[in-house]
Ligand binder design. Structure first.
Ligand code: NDP
Length: 331
């Protein structure tokens, strides 16, 4: 293990004003855990953007190394499930929020939080998927558990150009679903169609206050946007349909009525990636090896270096990043 190593640190002064900087730290600066992982790749998720910009109170321990997910190799382990040299993935569990996170050369963690990287999946591809893509898979699995199949009808995906949205479109289309992509960046319609969207709609159709019930347009949805968008998605879901809700890019409110539930039997399916139990995580990551087209994954992701993380996080919160961003720690 090479010390010191580079890390991004968010700190707060006595007036609770947040700042972010790149600094050299050592293993002694990390928190407790029974496994140390050398980080090979990480990514920039929406939550990382919130942590770095301080736009929402994601960080709850100061100072904090942000970064909610990574792929790497175990370099030291006192955990029975992992040994030196194991290729692993970490998502969630409060890492990058309350536990020193992935924007560092090494992370020290509770081994129960780790999963073995599926064979054949590189660290780079695991982070091209990242927490956003794994949440897309959880969302699709929630629709399937509810009983939706391609023959049920089209699925609307909101926040289509974002990380969750773009991977969700790719997965759903590979599974044979007809996909309606909702985006504020309609100039990216061709890109969204290349991922598998059959129709692209302007998010303005969904983002304003709407009627309790609208025309039945889709059998289900994957919503990473929340607020009026989710309310309108529900109001336009066909009888017996289901909507997986996983995000709040427009807002955390849900200004809806019960009408879609009580008159059309529509179901709202909550999706959480952070505390998802290990068997569900392992199933989702395994499904990603078969239900996500690698060529599409590469088309929707770009690679940056460690020094680009802070600027990229700000751009992501400004809605300027398309698809997924992989951080190659060696770049
Ligand atoms: P991104 O920033 O990559 O994507 C969000 C997308 O939402 C944007 O690209 C944009 O898509 C759309 N959007 C942004 N602002 C608005 C707005 N004001 N109104 C309507 N649409 C908007 O983020 P991610 O895809 O990584 O994450 C999306 C959401 O999912 C976040 O809220 C995140 O916190 C949540 N999330 C939740 C998880 C969970 O465990 N439940 C796990 C991972 C993410 P477009 O330009 O196409 O309109």
């Amino acid at each position: 293990m090479q010390e010191p190593f580079k890390a991004i640190l968010v700190t707060r002064d006595e007036n609770k004003v947040q700042s972010v900087e790149t600094r050299e730290i050592g293993l002694g600066d990390l928190m407790d855990g029974d496994v140390i992982v050398e980080v090979e790749a990480t990514t920039v998720n929406y939550k990382d953007g919130l942590a770095i910009t301080g736009k929402a109170p994601v960080v709850r321990h100061w100072p904090m190394v942000p970064g909610i997910d990574c792929a790497g190799t175990v370099v030291q382990s006192d955990h029975s499930g992992f040994k030196e040299g194991d290729a692993v993935i970490l998502n969630g569990w409060g890492v990058g929020e309350t536990h020193m996170g992935a924007y560092a050369g090494y992370v020290r963690l509770n081994g129960d939080w780790l999963i073995h990287r599926p064979s054949g999946m590189s660290a780079h591809d695991a982070m091209a998927i990242g927490t956003a893509g794994y949440t897309s898979m959880l969302s699709v699995m929630a629709l399937e558990r509810y009983g939706l199949t391609p023959s049920s009808g089209p699925i609307v995906v909101t926040g289509a150009n974002g990380g969750v949205g773009s991977v969700a479109i790719s997965i759903l289309s590979k599974l044979g679903f007809e996909v309606i992509a909702s985006t504020g960046r309609t100039d990216e319609a061709e890109f969204l169609k290349s991922l598998g969207a059959t129709e692209v709609i302007d998010r303005a159709e969904l983002s304003e206050p709407g009627r309790p019930l609208g025309k039945e347009r889709w059998a289900g949805g994957v919503d990473s946007v929340g607020s009026h968008t989710l309310a309108n998605v529900l109001a336009m879901t066909r009888y017996g349909g289901g909507v997986a809700a996983c995000g709040l890019a427009q807002g955390m409110d849900l200004p809806a009525t019960v009408m879609p539930f009580i008159l059309r039997g529509v179901a709202l399916l909550g999706v959480d990636s952070v505390m998802a139990p290990k068997p569900l995580r392992e199933e989702a990551w395994q499904r990603l090896t078969q239900d996500l087209d690698l060529a599409k994954l590469h088309a929707l992701s770009k690679t940056i270096g460690f020094d680009d993380i802070i600027d990229t996080a700000k751009a992501l919160i400004d809605g300027k990043i398309r698809g997924r961003v992989v951080v190659d720690m060696k770049k």
